[in-house]
Write a protein that binds this ligand. Structure first.
Ligand SMILES: Cc1ncc(C[n+]2csc(CCOP(=O)(O)OP(=O)(O)O)c2C)c(N)n1
Ligand SMILES: [Mg+2]
Length: 557
């Protein structure tokens, strides 16, 4: 059960249609009417040719329709007021800051703005591990009421980031978190908010990029959601065989991907497509994989969503849970050996993503124990989204989530709010640095919520209260939070959001149609790649297949 205490229920987002659908199924239907919500005539022309068949079918979907009450744009808290004036200390401290987050199974977790990775030998938190968070549901940054606990000195930019990443915002601004994060200089392009600390050229350029970077993260989160919704519906229409959405976990993807170096190798479970998206995997590539066509990098050999991309250092997803965790340790060990052998190599880590459910596999234990003992430079990133298919967390473990296991293995660890893109980014950036400095693993547990069904093979209304889902969509949703943050700075408004949503929706639809139109991989590819020379049993199978196709007059190119 996910509940956020002490927050008034926020207004439902404005929508130009009479209803909006909560959850994934709405987009296919919305696609046909995209043009009506587009601000300009030019866009009307551009989008009016959308495929209408997408709207017709919505078989078997659980739709929750919410009346769109026309709500006025929320008044910004006095302290923000577009931040024209610097804040006074009393403005800052009068803001309400919740101290706890109620998470799945009604566990209440203390919130902290202390960016502290607990290292082996240090005191572990007494009681429940706190959740590190920088931004609240309102899109406001954490206030200084507990910033006195903030140990900002640990946040140092990794050296290998490019400028198109969030780190500039966090690393330039965050050292002055307490005094300046809410000041008029926050994230303002071309402005040094810290006159006492002049920016060098590189930092100044990075600061210029902050706004664009944040907007990019926001757009990519929306893109991922559109892709999910549309491909989910495509499965319902029988056009692809399977799909899994990431609804509610987008901040984990963009926050962590932006804190990594491209050299870092990613081992994903299956609900992490946003990382690949951030690294440059195109919508066409996602769709090619889901449609198993001849441009699919995996040559149509995997179920949809089992992406992989060697060029982007993203290992191919495999279905058996936990396998990627041990493999990530092996990759990190290789990095360690390379460094020990003084090879001229860019320092890199491996990072493995897994659900809290996968943390119940034996592979998780083996991997943690090996990694801590061998001291492999890597990050264990747990997405704790409350469920392993239909099993809620209270039926999965009796301890304090997954992070409390880290000290037992002799591993560093931190728990973060997985719906806060900034906190995730900061934690991963810091964990990466620590992993490289100490040549040892770090565990991160990101608290989030799986808003969608487990997969297209699942109907979660059978085992969870839909109010719980609604609360996640209305209150804790990571995109909503980012949206509010951007609006505070005047960087986003209703028109801009509508435009982005329409553009992304149409782009996904076009990519999907193009992928669908392509032929499947050549038949030969079924029998290649594994052996240098085809062994007799494969040759026999190939012959049998061809005879079978001939017998039944099946033409397969
Ligand atoms: C070894 C193994 N056991 C069981 C399964 C079936 N299975 C697939 S996904 C899943 C739940 C995983 O939950 P979690 O790790 O929390 O990830 P989430 O789906 O919540 O993102 C299970 C049990 C599997 N694929 N592999
Ligand atoms: Mg889970």
């Amino acid at each position: 059960m996910l509940r956020v205490l002490n927050y008034p229920k926020p207004a439902i987002r404005q929508c130009s249609k009479k209803t909006r659908t909560v959850g994934c199924p709405s987009e296919a239907a919305a696609a046909t009417t995209a043009s009506s919500s587009i601000a300009t005539k030019q866009h009307h022309r551009q989008f009016s040719s959308l495929p209408h068949h997408l709207a017709r079918q919505n078989n078997g979907m659980v739709n929750i329709f919410v009346k769109s009450t026309k709500v006025p744009r929320p008044t910004l808290p006095k302290t923000f007021n577009r931040l024209k004036k610097p804040l006074k200390e009393e403005d800052v401290t009068t803001q309400h800051v919740p101290s706890h987050l109620s998470y799945a199974s009604n566990k209440r977790m203390p919130i902290t703005s202390e960016m502290r990775i607990v290292q082996p030998g240090e005191d572990t938190p007494s009681g429940i591990w706190p959740v590190f968070r920088m931004m609240d549901e309102s899109g406001n940054f954490r206030q200084p009421d507990n910033a006195r606990h903030t140990n900002v000195s640990k946040i140092i930019p990794p050296k290998h980031h490019d400028l198109l990443q969030l780190q500039s915002a966090l690393t330039i601004q965050y050292p002055h978190f307490k005094h300046h994060l809410l000041s008029s200089g926050l994230f303002q392009p071309s402005k040094n908010p810290y006159p006492d600390m002049p920016l060098n050229k590189e930092e100044a350029e990075a600061a210029d990029d902050v706004k664009n970077t944040l907007l990019r993260a926001h757009r990519q989160m929306i893109r991922l959601r559109k892709m999910d919704t549309i491909l989910h519906n495509a499965q319902r229409q029988g056009r692809i065989s399977f799909y899994m959405t990431h609804h509610g976990e987008e901040a984990i993807h963009m926050g962590s991907a932006s804190a990594l170096s491209p050299q870092d190798v990613i081992f994903a479970q299956y609900r992490e497509a946003g990382l690949l998206m951030w690294r440059g995997f195109t919508l066409e590539q996602f769709c090619n994989q889901c449609f198993s066509n001849d441009h699919d990098l995996g040559k149509g050999r995997q179920m949809p969503i089992h992406y992989g991309c060697r060029a982007l250092n993203y290992q191919t997803v495999s279905s058996p849970l936990g396998t990627q965790i041990t493999q990530a340790v092996g990759a990190a060990y290789k990095f360690k050996l390379d460094a020990m052998n003084n090879k001229e190599k860019e320092a890199a880590i491996s990072i493995v993503y897994f659900g809290e459910g996968a943390a119940s596999t034996i592979d998780f234990h083996s991997a943690c124990n090996f990694a801590a003992t061998l001291k492999t430079p890597m990050i264990f990133f747990c997405r704790n989204n409350g469920y392993a298919i239909s099993t809620p967390v209270e039926d999965q473990y009796a301890g304090d989530g997954i992070i409390s296991r880290a000290p037992g293995y002799g591993m560093s660890g931190i728990r973060v709010d997985g719906n806060d893109v900034f906190a995730v980014h900061a934690a991963v950036a810091e964990a990466r640095k620590l992993a490289l400095e100490t040549s040892a693993p770090v565990m991160i547990e990101a608290m989030t919520y799986r808003q969608g069904h487990h997969s297209t093979s699942d109907d979660s209304s059978r085992y969870r209260d839909m109010d719980e889902v609604q609360a996640a969509q209305d209150v804790t949703d990571p995109i909503l939070r980012m949206d509010k943050f951007l609006r505070h700075y005047g960087w986003m408004d209703d028109d801009a959001v509508a435009l982005i949503e329409d553009e992304e929706r149409v782009t996904v639809l076009r990519a999907m149609e193009a992928a669908e139109a392509r032929p499947g991989p050549k038949l030969d590819t079924m029998f290649t790649d594994v052996y240098h020379e085809k062994p007799p049993h494969l040759l026999r199978q190939e012959t049998e297949l061809r005879q079978h196709l001939k017998r039944h007059d099946i033409v397969y190119h």
